[in-house]
Design a binder for this molecule. Structure first.
Ligand SMILES: Nc1ncnc2c1ncn2[C@@H]1O[C@H](COP(=O)(O)OP(=O)(O)OP(=O)(O)O)[C@@H](O)[C@H]1O
Ligand SMILES: [Mg+2]
Length: 284
């Protein structure tokens, strides 16, 4: 099997965003997205979340509430306007099922062009956008398209979230292979411990094996945290937890890459050569 270390998008203009995908549903994409946002915001960046397609929404008087978006906003203390929330979660469906089925049940179609327009608005207004996929890479969104088509359209570099235990190697390598085949750059893998239990020899070996066989850095590992929901009620406490447990420091060089004195529309991180793995300024 061919394992190119980076996809073909590597030489393209960088995008001030990262796409957080997973090896499966419920692996911890939202938790990791919120943690990345908290770390970037602790560095002083105006980083915001986006969930292009959300299923399992709750009905409210104001319309459908996107739980993953709300989790990230609450955890990081972000308070966008209703209009901006539409940019952040443009497609909301009530059934908790695959996007293709939820869209069909609602009699709607997911337009990748529309997702891209909302994404472009967010990148214009903010320093950085953390986009969370639905399920895994090959999840269908209808019309013969998958999450991968959204990812290739947005062209942001990817972080893959995985379970740490048995099965992770196969799931990670399959996902990495598919992402790179589509020309996407993978920044790294994050293992998330969504279940209680001490990591053992399998978890320790999985980390090394994924790194070596997948030719990918393991960016970190989020430990199991009982009462995670309670922590997100305090953005300061969540930020401390994220900064303590997810070390994306070496993948992000901080304020240097943002021209802070420029107006926001012109405030774009400068380009760098591929040698940098900075989340904000490398030319992926
Ligand atoms: N590190 C953790 N410690 C404790 N609980 C966790 C942790 N990570 C995730 N969870 C819990 O596991 C569940 C799934 O996590 P999460 O919502 O982040 O997954 P997901 O991949 O975003 O799921 P989806 O595919 O629905 O978007 C949630 O109930 C979350 O609170
Ligand atoms: Mg989620």
């Amino acid at each position: 099997m061919n394992h190119p270390t980076q996809g073909h998008a590597a030489k393209h203009v960088r995008i001030p965003a990262v796409f957080v995908t997973g090896t499966d549903t419920c692996v911890g994409k939202t938790t990791v997205s919120a943690a990345i946002l908290a770390i970037l915001r602790a560095k002083g960046l105006d980083a915001v979340p986006m969930k292009p397609v959300q299923t399992g929404c709750r009905a409210s008087r104001a319309g459908l509430v996107a739980p993953d978006l709300e989790f990230c906003l609450d955890a990081c203390g972000i308070h966008p306007s209703p209009a901006e929330k539409t940019d952040m979660a443009p497609y909301r469906f009530r059934p908790a099922c695959s996007p293709h089925l939820a869209a069909r049940l609602a009699g709607r179609a997911v337009s990748i062009g529309l997702v891209a327009r909302h994404f472009a608005r967010l990148t214009e207004r903010h320093d950085f956008v953390v986009v969370e996929g639905a399920g895994g890479v090959m999840v269908p969104i209808g019309g013969g398209k998958t999450m991968l088509d959204i990812m290739t359209r947005l062209a942001a570099p990817v972080i893959l979230v995985a379970r740490p235990g048995l099965g992770a190697i196969n799931h990670c390598l399959l996902s990495l292979f598919t992402l790179r085949q589509s020309g996407l750059d993978v920044l790294g893998v994050v293992f998330n411990h969504a279940q209680p239990g001490r990591p053992g020899y399998i978890e320790r070996n999985n980390r090394i094996t994924v790194e070596r066989s997948g030719h990918v850095p393991v960016m970190g590992s989020l430990p199991y945290l009982p009462h995670l929901d309670k922590l997100t009620r305090s953005p300061q406490a969540f930020s401390r937890w994220a900064c303590r447990n997810l070390k994306i420091g070496e993948n992000f060089c901080g304020e240097d890459c943002i021209r802070r004195d420029a107006p926001r529309s012109a405030r774009r991180p400068r380009r760098k050569e591929q040698t940098s793995s900075c989340l904000s300024c490398s030319s992926w």
